[in-house]
Structures are given as structure tokens and as C-alpha cells.
Design a protein around this ligand. Sequence first.
Ligand SMILES: C[S@@+](CC[C@H](N)C(=O)[O-])C[C@H]1O[C@@H](n2cnc3c(N)ncnc32)[C@H](O)[C@@H]1O
Length: 592
Amino acid sequence: MVGCRGRQCCRNSLYLTALSGLIGATVACDLYLARFGLGVFTGRSIKAGDVLENEAEALIPLYDSKTIDDPTNHSPLREYVWNSLSTLPELGIVGSTNRSAAFWYSGGLAAVAPCTSWNFNLQLSGSGWLPGVSRRNLVEDGMVPPRTSPQAGAYAYRHGLSYVATQNIEPGDELVVACTDDDFNPLEMKVQSNPFVPNDERYMCLDNVRSDESELDEAGKGLFATKSLSKGDTILSSPVVPIHRKELSGDGTGGTAPSGINAYQLLINYALGHEDSDLLILPYGPFVNYLNNRPRGESANAMLRWKSTEVQEGQTASRRLQYHHPELLKMSAIEVANTHGKGLVLEVVASDDIAENDEIYLDYGRAWSKAWDDHVDRWRPPNGAETYMSADQWFHRQRVENIVATEEELKDDPLPANLQTVCYFDADAKFISAEEGVTYSRWQDDELPHECLRPCKILERYSNPDPEDEDDMWLYKAEMFHFDGEEKFNFCSLPPGRHVTKDLTYDGIFILDKPYTHDLFLTTAFRHEIGIPRDIFPTPWMRKKLRKKEDESAIRARSEEGAEFRRKKPGEVKTKKLLMKEQKEKSARMDL
Ligand SMILES: C[S@@+](CC[C@H](N)C(=O)[O-])C[C@H]1O[C@@H](n2cnc3c(N)ncnc32)[C@H](O)[C@@H]1O
């Protein structure tokens, strides 16, 4: 994952000696979790400008997200998702009034590493707002089941999120990602150094596993052992975030999507829970989201367990270190779903010996298997499934790269009805002239970031007159269209009338799926949480009628203790920005 390009990552071969000076010539680790899994650290040096391809992680859009995006009443999940507008517009819902409500989740670095607007050492790429990094690096990676398959829309197709090092990163350094919505006070956030210590349970080396195409037919990616593992070995460890089941509604009941699409968001397929409970937990550590269910008739070779709470002697008990809070296992589902800042850590343990390159499987449980079998029995491909093509499939089908068809050319070879041409055109685009009710602007490729993608029509393609521009042989003239609700985004809102951009480059144009047409939204796409094994599923998380008497008294006792961590009511919240403002005002007063 770190510092290497392409799908066959070189994680295990590259790292050799850099750490030996720090920890003696012992076992090295390229990438590891430390502080009970709440920070990702590198075991090798990364140079400023290096691209880290986080190829292992899936990108999962969240599109009906009002319940998680109330600024005065954030759900815990909100802390782990990213706004899709400027970072990954392909995941947004371009042309839809609900686009501002789209987010995306990705496990691993995107969710575990602290994100700050200061003192970061990595910057997310992916949408072309980083010079030199293709914005088309976030395409479906070829493991897309056909729409005729019962797997259509049942797992995430997009991978390949990458990060660029903004400074030299030394072995032992914590990875910190740039964002504007700080989850740590940037004034206090420092890049921590924490060299890897082998055989210490506070350090979880991530070199045990890799992700690759699953051995299960059409089931996307899976997790594989990179070395032989023995029964009882901890393979992975992952923090989890609680989610109330209703936060994953997908068909408009969550507040922002239209009705007539899948009742659940895709993220539920990556969450763990029990059908008699409203609480779901999402493990968000690296790799964990790729664990598949055991093949029919075979046993699982891995199982889940809660992290042990025993604290080793000599450990300092910082708040981050204490993230695993077993008292959550005694609280009710609703209380856990409302608790911020306390979490649980799940471990994936080998339940059998595992050979190098074996796929690692969990047992998702009886309820999941029954739901899957029923789904396969019921499955009838949607109308037109045989000829359906998603935007990425269309993109890969194009024989001529780096060329976009004009409106005239599309008459002979039309786009499938589910696709649309969209262009970047921000409200502050460079105005050049106005003629007969048409406003003309010029595309400025170097003015990054571009944020506003809108439906457009390619009027003309012409040779680039600049012979020194090796990247762009062609330039485009395109008419931009208004879309419903654009006035909600000041960077996107255009005065009435027609708008045409000249000299647009290929980087400013996409072919995207029309809103809500992707497999992801199929009403019939499979949705079911992974089962938490009954022996580790806490009964206080069950719906009330299924709880035991002793659960009730434990819940009552715990609810007093947990008040400090509970989700705040409107008006109770002090945001990071407010706290920083207060801090700045305080120090300004002290300077006087
Ligand atoms: C948590 S994801 C596992 C990772 C997934 N393979 C991916 O590429 O993102 C769960 C999804 O994987 C697929 N899956 C996992 N195990 C399976 C199995 N034994 N049979 C069929 N599909 C399976 C189903 O689509 C399920 O919704």
C-alpha cells in the first residue's frame, strides 16, 4: 500500500532495513496500527510527492444521509465519512438536487488516520485537484459483476483511493491526512513518531494480509494471507463505529434520496449486527472490510472476538489508548449508537492454520446465509440488464483514450440512456465575453480545485494550438447546463442564461451515470448486515423484548456513566472551529 503503484503491491518486499537502527535488526513492518489501532504508522520512509495507493480499500458512497449530517447532532458515523463534492465527484449525484448530501466512506487510512487542516503529511488525491495526479484514478477496477448477476450492487466496485505525501515521512511516523473538517484540534495535533515494536500487542502489523480478487465467483475482492498463519494468531484488529440501523436507510426515509431505490444503503453489507438489534457496528480499520463469508460447505478459517481489556504493565493510559470501552457491551443499542468518543475494538483471529495466499473467510452466520440464498432464488435481472453499461464500463470500452465525443458524433454512436456528459464549471469561471444572451468563459486547468460538475454538451473539439502542451492534443467547447437546486451551492450557482466554456481540456469532462441509475441503487440489490456471532453479541443490544432482566439493571447503571459521551442536543455542541476561535481570542487577549 505504501509507496508502490499497481495492484500487486510491493509491501512485503520493499521494506528491509530502515528500521533496524531504531529497533535493532528484528522484524520490520511496512505499515502498522498502533495505540490500539487508532493510528496508522509507516515503517519505511516515504518521500514528499510519493503517491501512496491505498488500493486495498473499497469506496462506499452514502447518499441518503440527512440523519448522519445534522451539524448540531452528528452521528458517530459522520466522523468517518468524507464529503463527496470536491474530493470524489464521481461518487456524488451530479445533476441531482441531493448531491450535497452525498458522502463516501473508505476503511483504513481514510477512516483511522487523524485528519487535520494543519500538520498533515498526506493529502488525498482522486479527483484531479492535485496537480499531476489523474482524476480518473478512481474507476471501477474490473471486478464488476454484470447487472444480470445477483451480485449486482451488492458490494463496492470502486477502489484505488490514493494519497500524496506532502512532506518526507520517516519510519515510525504517524500518517495524518489533510482535511478541512478537522477531527483533531490542528493547533494541538502533532505528527507522532511511534516506531514499530514486534511482539507487543499495542502494535498491529498490517503486512499479514493483502486484498485481491476473491476466489468466490463474482464476489469482488477478498482478503488473503501473505504468509502462513497459525490457529490463534491475531490477523487483524479494527476499531468499530456504532451506527443506528435507521441511519443506513437508502430510499428517501433518511431524508435526502428519492423513493424507489434500495431501502438500505450499501454500507449495511459492510456492517456487523444482528437482525433482532437496531445497532450496527462498522469496523473501519485497514483491510477488515474485505473479509468474505466462507464458501458453502466449508468452515471459516477466521473468527471475531472483542479486544481483551487487560492493560499491560507500564502502559500510559491516554484517551486514545483507552478507546476500547467494554462498558459499551452493557449499554442499550440506542445509547451505544449515540455515544461519541468511546469505541470498541474487534479482532480477527485465525480459527485454523492458514497457508500463505489462502483466502481468509469469516462465518457471516445463519441469518446472512439464509438471506443470501433467498436473494439468489428470488433474483430476476432488471429490465435491460443484458445491455446495461455503467459509466466506467463505458469508459473502458472506449477505444480512443483521452477523447470525448461531441454532440454531433454522439448522434451516430449515442451514449446509453443511463449516462450523461458532465463538465466542471465553477461559478467563478473566467469570463471572456457575452454575445446574444450567451456568456463565454475560458477553462483554467491550473486553477484547482474545481468543485462544480454540471451536465454539459460538447459543441466542438479542436486541436490544441499550444504545441508545447503535451498532455492535451484536443480542446473542447462545451455548453453548460443549469441543474435543479444549484442555487444551494454558491460555487455552482450561475446567473440565468446560456453559458459556454472554451478551451476545456479532457480533465474537465466526465461521462457519468445519471443520478440513481447505478447498480448500487437497484431496489433488488442484496442488502444484509454480517452477523456478529451469538457468543460475542451482547444481549443488551437486542431489542427490548429480547433482553434479559440483568441487562436492564446494567443498562440503567451504565446510562448514568455515559452522559459525557452522549450525542449532543442542538445548542449543546461546541464545534472544533468554535473552540479554536475561542482559543485564538483567548491568546489574543493575553497578548494585549
Ligand atoms: C463485506 S463485503 C465483502 C467484501 C466484498 N467482497 C468486496 O469486494 O467489497 C460483503 C459482500 O461480499 C459478497 N460476499 C461475501 N461473501 C460471500 C459469499 N460467500 N457468497 C457470495 N457473496 C459473498 C456479498 O456481495 C456481500 O454483500
